[in-house]
Design a protein around this ligand. Structure first.
Ligand code: PLP
Length: 420
C-alpha cells in the first residue's frame, strides 16, 4: 500500500491517480445502481405525498408575525407525517439546529423524576449539556431528569442488557441514535432498530422510543416510526432539507407527544398554531422534493471516498460495498496532520470560502478541538460537502454531503493529493 503513495510522489504525475480513480469508479458502479434504486423508491414516496396534498402555488407562500393560519407550513407538517408514517409532525424554521430540535423534544416529553436511557452508549457530543452528562444549570439533569446509558457490544445493541433494564419498568424514554455521530461505528440499519424495538416491546409496552434520525433520512426505504419508534427527530440542513431548506428541524411521531413538544417549542397552550414561516415554505417543499436524489449523491460520494482511500492504504468505514443507513463516510487517518490536511483540501475545493484555511478549534458543545471544512451556501449545512473530525485518537475524518457526485469526487481527489 505504501508503495503506491511513494510512486505518486516520486513521479509527481496525476496520471497515476487518474488510473486508480478510473479503476475505483468501475468497481463501484453496482453500488451506485443499488443506491439509485433506493432513490427511486423514496422519490415515489415524496411525489405521492405532493399529489395527495394537491400542493399548489398558495402552499409556497409564507406568513409573518404570529404566523397563524399558515397553509404552507401546516401542509408541510402533514406531508412530513405522511412520509414518516407518523400521526403528526412539527416542522419549523424556528428550530436553529438538530441539537435544538432534539433538546426541545426531550424537554417537551420529560418531567422531573423521569429516567432517560441511551442504548447506544453516549449520544452525540452536542447533547452532553442537554442531558447533563456535562454539567449545565439548564440541563435536564438540573430539572431532576435522570440519565443512564448502555454501551454497545461489538458495535451492536446489547439486547440482553437492554431488555433486562427496561423490564424494570422505570425508564420513561429510550434514546437511539441512528447515525454514528463522532463514534467509530456504523449507522444502525432500520432492520437493527426494528429488532431492538421488538425486544424492548416484548417486556415493556409503555417506554417512549425516541430516535435521533439526523443524517438517516432517505438512506433506506423505511424510517424509524415504521418500525415502532414513537418519535423521530432531525435537522433540515441535513438530508431531508435537500440542500435547499435554509434552516430548521422536524419532529415526527405520536400525536400526544407532538402536542407536548409543540407546547415546549412555543408556549403551553400555543402548540403548533403560531410560528411565521417567512419565505421558508417554498424552500422546505423544494428541498423535500430534491432530498431523495441529494441523499443518493451524498452516498455515492461516500462510496467513492471509501474505495479510493482504501486503495491508498487508509482504513475506511463504511466499506464501499456496505449497506448505508446514514450519509457519513469515515476515514481513519491515525495521524493528526493527515486529518488536518485532508479537511483543508476539501475546503479548497468548496464553492464558498475556498480561500479559507480551516484550523482546529474549540467548538461550543464539543469536548475536544474540532477541525471543520465546510464551504456551503447555507452556513453549517452538512448535506452540502463537509468534512470534520475531533482532534483525538484515532484522528478520524467524517465526510458527508456534497449535493452532486462530480463536485464531491473532485474535492475528495484534491484532498487526497493534499496528504500524499
Ligand atoms: C448533526 C447531528 C445532530 C445535531 O447536530 P446540529 O449540528 O445541532 O444540527 C445530532 N445527532 C446526530 C447524530 C447528528 O448527526
Amino acid at each position: 500500500m505504501q508503495a503506491k503513495i511513494i510512486t505518486y510522489i516520486e513521479h509527481g504525475e496525476e496520471k497515476m491517480l487518474d488510473e486508480i480513480v478510473k479503476k475505483v469508479e468501475a468497481q463501484i458502479q453496482g453500488r451506485f445502481q443499488f443506491e439509485e434504486s433506493i432513490e427511486y423508491e423514496n422519490s415515489k414516496k415524496v411525489l405521492e405525498v405532493f399529489k395527495k396534498h394537491n400542493v399548489s402555488e398558495a402552499h409556497l407562500q409564507g406568513t409573518t408575525g404570529y404566523g397563524y393560519g399558515d397553509l404552507g407550513r401546516d401542509t408541510i407538517e402533514e406531508m412530513f407525517a405522511d412520509i414518516f408514517k407518523a400521526e403528526d409532525a412539527l416542522v419549523r424554521s424556528q428550530f436553529i439546529s438538530g441539537t435544538h430540535t432534539i433538546s426541545c423534544a426531550l424537554f417537551g416529553i420529560l418531567r422531573p423524576g423521569d429516567t432517560v436511557l441511551s442504548i447506544n452508549g453516549k449520544p452525540y457530543d452536542t447533547l452532553d449539556e442537554t442531558l447533563g452528562i456535562r454539567e449545565n444549570p439548564s440541563s435536564l439533569k438540573s430539572f431532576g431528569v435522570k440519565y443512564e446509558q448502555i454501551e454497545l457490544l461489538n458495535n451492536q445493541f446489547d439486547i440482553e442488557k437492554i431488555v433486562n433494564r427496561v423490564a424494570q419498568n422505570n425508564i420513561k424514554l429510550i434514546m437511539i441514535q441512528r447515525s454514528r455521530g463522532y463514534s467509530y461505528r456504523n449507522a444502525f440499519h432500520i432492520s437493527e432498530i426494528e429488532e431492538v424495538i421488538k425486544n424492548i416491546r416484548s417486556v415493556n409496552r409503555d417506554v417512549i422510543i425516541f430516535v435521533d434520525n439526523c443524517y438517516g433520512e432517505f438512506t433506506e426505504i423505511k424510517e424509524p416510526i415504521e418500525v415502532g419508534a414513537d418519535v423521530a427527530v432531525g435537522s433540515l440542513i441535513k438530508n431531508i432539507g435537500g440542500a435547499i431548506a435554509q434552516t430548521g428541524g422536524y419532529v415526527v411521531g405520536r400525536k400526544d407527544l407532538i402536542a407536548l413538544i409543540s407546547d415546549r417549542y412555543s408556549a403551553p397552550g400555543l402548540g403548533k398554531e403560531g410560528g411565521a414561516s417567512f419565505e421558508h415554505n417554498r424552500r422546505i417543499m423544494q428541498g423535500l422534493f430534491m432530498a431523495p436524489h441529494i441523499v443518493c449523491e451524498a452516498k455515492k460520494i461516500g462510496i467513492f471516498t471509501s474505495k479510493l482511500l482504501e486503495e491508498y492504504g487508509f482504513e475506511t468505514e463504511p466499506k464501499f460495498d456496505a449497506i448505508r443507513s446514514d450519509i457519513v463516510q469515515m476515514i481513519k487517518f491515525k495521524d493528526e496532520n493527515k486529518l488536518i490536511k485532508f479537511c483543508q483540501g476539501i475546503q479548497r475545493f468548496s464553492p464558498i470560502d475556498s480561500h479559507v484555511v480551516p484550523m482546529p478549534w474549540d467548538m461550543p458543545g464539543y469536548d475536544s478541538q474540532i477541525i471543520m471544512a465546510a464551504g456551503a451556501f447555507t452556513s453549517g449545512s452538512s448535506i452540502e460537502l463537509s468534512c470534520d473530525g475531533p482532534l483525538r485518537e484515532p484522528y478520524v475524518a467524517y465526510l458527508q454531503g456534497g449535493i452532486t457526485y462530480s463536485y464531491g469526487k473532485m474535492a475528495v481527489i484534491e484532498a487526497l493529493k493534499n496528504i500524499l
